[in-house]
Ligand binder design. Sequence first.
Ligand SMILES: Nc1nc2c(c(=O)[nH]1)N[C@H]1C(S)=C(S)[C@@H](COP(=O)(O)O)O[C@H]1N2
Ligand SMILES: [Mo]
Length: 511
Amino acid sequence: MVDESGTVERLLRLVPTGAVAALAGASALAGSYASAGFTGGFVVAPIESFLTAVMPDAAVNFAITVLGDLGQSLNLLMAFAVGVAVFGSFGLLGTAVSRRTPAAGAIFTLLLSWATAYGLTGAPALAFGAAVPPAGVVVFAEFLRRYPETKGEPHGRREVLGTAAGVGSLSVFSYLLGSRSTGTETLGEIGLSTSEAKEAEELLSKADERSLGVEGLEPLVSDGFYGVDINSVDPNVDESEWTLTVTGEVEEEITVTYDELTSKEASHRFSTLRCVGETLNGRKMDNALWTGVPLWEIIERANPGGDCDCVMLRASDGYYEEFPIDATRDGFLAYGMNGDALPRKHGYPARALIPGHWGEINVKWITEIEVLDEEATGYWEERGWQGTGPVITVAKLHAVNDLPDGRKQVAGHAYAGTRGIEAVEVSTDGEETWNEATLSEPLPETAGEPPEATGQTPYGEDVWRQWVYDFDGEDGDTVTVRARDGNGNLQPEEERDRFPSGPSGWVSREV
Ligand SMILES: Nc1nc2c(c(=O)[nH]1)N[C@H]1C(S)=C(S)[C@@H](COP(=O)(O)O)O[C@H]1N2
Ligand SMILES: [Mo]
């Protein structure tokens, strides 16, 4: 149908520059995503890392402590905008060239986009994903410019709608192509013996049985494990190319491949992680059953020396954390999580687990353990955090329910690292009196050896417990909760912000 008022036609003539740029930029990103998925081959990934790297520490800390996950989303959004602008400008330059020599314009855009994508990602083949679509847009724009009319009639609404539909379906197609991900294999498929895989299943069902089943409370093995990453786009590591090497002050460098790692005798451990940068009653604390091997067995083979008794762990995403080597004695090198291969988001192919310490030294996508001679500074410590030490005891209050009998129910999780949780106390009268909550049975019976170096307690190895408390209360009552660790120490009352060494205080909440 012909647009009688000619509006569409006029628009087509008036807005081409902006539209061509936006379309070229967006199509480059869509094409790149389609060919690479959410990996380092996606042009937005290096742009985002670059933005994070050039952002002043104060801004990074503001983003983390004030904006939280939103800060990371904003950064990613900014990276998308920069990407659209960069590739869009190549499209624009191409259309300018097209006016003189039609074919040259598209080729110009193709080459410039390809070279930029290659430069950004280092992936020559995938770079075509970002280069072909904007070149196509240049051809299309030149076509419209030269032939504003076909069969004597101006391009109408139908063509415009057709183009929009084409771009739309291309985007959906790109999304589907791009959203292939790794880490969905079961442990059986990654070389675990049947009995080892069965053991994991049994431990998981034990955790299920021991979960208190309170409405609105995560089970003992988290349904959705939180994630904290320095980049929005996680590394996509090919396990056949992955190695972990013990380097630095060692008698002999030791390198382990994925095949070697997964063919060792596997063990399973429950281990809770908590981020030092979360809020006191936040959600960045979760528990999983991990499968792998003791980390120390690998480090020990290298015969570590060095004058600082400290190590630097490094990873494929450019992350690095330093801490005392003694903490690695109880450490674990995990390649499985909850009966499946470690998901990409949590460090596929392998991550370190350091019992009792803040999440940040549990390095994902680990590639190197460097034994040092001198103290060095880790990624977060360079930004002012002090998160390499043991966790602070905490009891969280996440579930508030009205029971059928009219009573109130409050519940949550408590975690004190390797000190374990001995008790959780609840006050409903403004901290006058305290009552013991009911705790979930501890989850200690793992197939692995118990930790030796850190203060092992009978209550748990490095695992949270659930607590629940029912009482006669009314809407608007304030409930305060605090935990006692396995050494009998009360959770610190002093209220302290999460920056720089983790939040402390007792959680109080109106029910
Ligand atoms: N390589 C790498 N390891 C990492 C991080 C990271 O950004 N890169 N984040 C750390 C932080 S701050 C935390 S709290 C935990 C979170 O682990 P999760 O994402 O599996 O929950 O991983 C740690 N290990
Ligand atoms: Mo963290």
